[in-house]
Design a protein around this ligand. Structure first.
Ligand code: SF4
Ligand code: SF4
Length: 98
């Protein structure tokens, strides 16, 4: 079966952007709140794969390659788990022209 040429791979998606990394995280995750989460929507929903489950059942998050799409904040069902804002001016994702 031929691969679907309309499907954009993760590598192709990441190749369209660059990141100007701010010193301070624009998104923070309260791992205490996450510890009682059984659904982990952020792990499957983040298009940049920035959330990962640890073997011990915790959650790891890295803000540096964030698309600033807001999906994690929208899908998370636990109040206070995610604090979301845009990066400070001049930092964050830069979408390149094709
Ligand atoms: S960020 Fe939200 S969805 Fe993700 S593990 Fe924490 S509580 Fe669950
Ligand atoms: S804003 Fe989008 S890219 Fe950034 S961490 Fe949330 S889901 Fe991932």
């Amino acid at each position: 079966m031929k691969p679907d040429s309309r499907v954009v791979s993760f590598e192709e998606r990441m190749a369209t952007v660059e990141f100007r990394i701010a010193e301070h995280a624009h998104i923070t995750v309260d791992t205490e709140v996450c510890s009682s989460c059984t659904t982990r929507e952020c792990v499957t929903a983040c298009p940049a794969n920035l959330f990962a489950q640890t073997a011990a059942g915790g959650i790891l998050f890295n803000y540096e390659q964030c698309f600033e799409c807001g999906t994690c904040y929208m899908v998370c069902n636990k109040a206070g788990a995610i604090s979301w804002s845009y990066p400070q001016g001049g930092f964050g994702v830069v979408f390149r022209r094709g």
